[in-house]
Design a protein around this ligand. Structure first.
Ligand code: SAM
Length: 287
């Protein structure tokens, strides 16, 4: 079977199975060969790779990954797609489809059971309504993931990739860049999907570092500090850090001073390194 990524091939499969697209499941299928190739290149896909895909749809990207990788496990929530995938992936015996909600899957267990314990890459055209929970699940849980190459809404990719002092920089930028080096892999305007969504997309590559670049004494305090700092974007750090709830204003002043950060600065100007330094000072003052 040829590629499924032309509009014609996708339409044929959809019509043959009388498939009804679900808007609430974020079903917009990719119909652009070039973007598929860019995703494979961005993931540096090679024959030893073990891949997890979230939301294979009719198997467009799945097929191309199955042709190259060692094994692909594709988790799809929509049971009406399962018989379709059975047919479109028929000739690839290294691809396994799991009919589940990715947010309910114990991915660590799945990697042990079906992917030889990893390491794995997450490569997917994600359903937009749960992009951030999926990406954060893979980063925060004990999953041996080396690379995440995913199609997301353009604005989300911009936020994940943003640096300090820019309008897109926020808690999501810091959370992602705490773990990963980020890279914009490809742009995918809305006309490259059926049905056409009302947003444009971007493929972003998140390459997980083996070692933390900014070591912190407590990840919990680090993320609380980041959240409080961005909680009220217009406020100075001296004020917004009050949101932490466990330090007095004097202690916050002291912490900012010790971390060498001007108390009048705003959270959106702090680099991840500065957040790490500040969080470590704050951690030393936790009552
Ligand atoms: N990979 C296909 C492509 O590129 O054409 C389809 C991508 S489509 C944007 C998102 C896919 O994710 C759909 O197939 C949808 O059914 C599936 N999906 C939505 N929510 C999901 C969830 N919670 N767990 C697993 N799959 C989900």
């Amino acid at each position: 079977m040829d590629r499924l990524s032309s509009h014609r091939a996708t339409k044929e499969v959809v019509q043959k199975h009388n498939f009804k697209f679900s808007k609430s499941l974020g079903q917009n299928f990719l119909i652009d060969d070039n973007v598929i190739d860019r995703i494979l290149a961005g993931a540096r896909l090679s024959e030893g790779d073990r891949i997890i895909e979230v939301g294979p749809g009719i198997g467009t990207l799945t097929r191309e990954m199955g042709k190259v990788a060692d094994k692909v496990v594709a988790v799809e929530i929509d049971k009406t797609l399962i018989p379709i995938l059975k047919e479109t992936l028929e000739d690839l015996n290294n691809v396994e489809v799991v009919n589940q909600d990715i947010l309910k899957v114990d991915v660590e267990e799945l990697v042990k059971e079906k992917l030889d314990g990893g390491p794995v890459k997450l490569v997917a055209n994600l359903p937009y309504y749960i992009t951030t929970p999926i990406v954060m699940k893979f980063l925060e849980e004990d999953i041996p993931v080396t690379d995440i190459v995913v199609m997301v809404q353009k604005e989300v990719a911009d936020r994940m990739n943003a640096g300090p002092g820019t309008k897109d920089y926020g808690a999501l930028s810091v959370a992602v860049q705490y773990y990963c080096d980020t890279e914009i892999v490809a742009k995918a305007p809305r006309h490259m999907f059926v049905p056409q969504p009302n947003v444009d997309s971007t493929v972003i590559g998140l390459h997980v570092r083996e070692e933390r670049k900014y070591p912190v004494d407590s990840e919990e305090i680090f993320f609380k500090t980041v959240k409080a700092s961005f909680g009220q974007r217009r406020k100075t750090l001296l004020n917004s850090l009050g949101g932490l709830g466990f330090l007095t204003k004097d202690q916050i002043k002291e912490a900012l001073n010790e971390a060498n950060i001007d108390e009048k600065r705003r959270g959106e100007t702090l680099s991840i390194e500065e957040f790490a330094t500040l969080a470590n000072v704050i951690n030393s003052k936790v009552p």
